[in-house]
Design a protein around this ligand. Structure first.
Ligand SMILES: Nc1ncnc2c1ncn2[C@@H]1O[C@H](COP(=O)(O)OP(=O)(O)OP(=O)(O)O)[C@@H](O)[C@H]1O
Length: 242
């Protein structure tokens, strides 16, 4: 589903590469954590999958296609197949929950009938039934992230990329978000989640791909992560919430 073939990304010739000769393959239906401390290259990895940036050397394949060969007019189609969730939710503040999700369908030309049918279904999937008419500011952080996830999956992408999706959330709320991502993965979506939250990684026991200064240093099927925890709630606080 996603393949990196000796991928190096250099932003600045005078500093070390953000990604350094990374080769990895993530299959359809996988759930992979991309871990590593700040600056290790996680967001760069995600940007290359989305073709928001180009590899300096090597090749990135998404759904069998080398993204370097996708012409710019076809990049929106590539991105339609990939849902993305960020740490800071990025909801439209003056639209209701339902409208935030519906908007993602409107922009790709889905009919009103399909939108009316699909939005409540997807809100149920993320555990937000009955909150359709709330505004983002009337929701908790965890609920806002659920809206962002609903919006990311409403067009049924094959891949869901989540960049620190629990970074702004408390431990209990984070576990709720992990349950949602797990359910989405069980429905067949490939999930790649960048995080430096070792409590979550160690609780989930899924695949762990670890980056260190841009190099891939570990790839384990049911891995753990013993990493630095800059900016994270304490391990004890998180563990007591599990
Ligand atoms: N647009 C850019 N221009 C120059 N350097 C960049 C750019 N984006 C990232 N970098 C550098 O590339 C390296 C990897 O950054 P990246 O954002 O991929 O790391 P990260 O693991 O996602 O970090 P964080 O957990 O803090 O988000 C860092 O040294 C960073 O300073």
């Amino acid at each position: 589903m996603i393949r990196f073939d000796n991928v190096t990304k250099v932003y600045d010739q005078n500093s070390r590469p953000a990604l350094d000769s990374v080769s990895v393959e993530i299959d359809r239906g996988d759930f992979a954590f991309l871990v590593g401390s700040s600056g290790s290259g996680k967001s760069t990895f995600i940007r290359l999958v989305l073709k928001e940036d180009r590899a300096t050397r090597g090749a990135v394949y998404v759904a069998g296609q080398n993204v370097a060969n996708i012409p710019s007019w076809r990049v929106p189609k590539l991105r339609r197949g990939i849902g993305v969730v960020f740490q800071d939710f990025r909801l439209l503040p003056n639209k209701t929950v339902a409208s935030n999700v519906a908007f993602a369908m409107q922009v790709i030309g889905k009919s009103r009938a399909v939108i009316r049918e699909t939005v409540p279904e997807v809100l149920k999937t993320v555990g937000l039934e009955g909150k359709d008419h709330r505004m983002p500011h009337e929701l908790s952080g965890g609920e806002q992230q659920r809206v962002a996830i609903a919006r990311a999956i409403v067009n049924k992408p094959g891949i869901l990329l989540a960049d620190e999706p629990t970074g702004n959330l408390d431990p209990t709320t984070s576990m709720g978000i992990m349950n949602v991502l797990d359910r989405i993965n069980q429905n067949g979506t490939t999930v790649v989640m960048a995080t430096h939250d070792n409590v979550i990684v160690n609780h989930m026991r899924r695949r762990v791909i670890e980056l260190q200064d841009g190099r891939m240093v570990r790839d384990e099927a049911h891995g753990i992560y013993v990493g630095s925890q800059e900016g994270q709630p304490s391990t004890e606080a998180k563990e007591s919430a599990l």
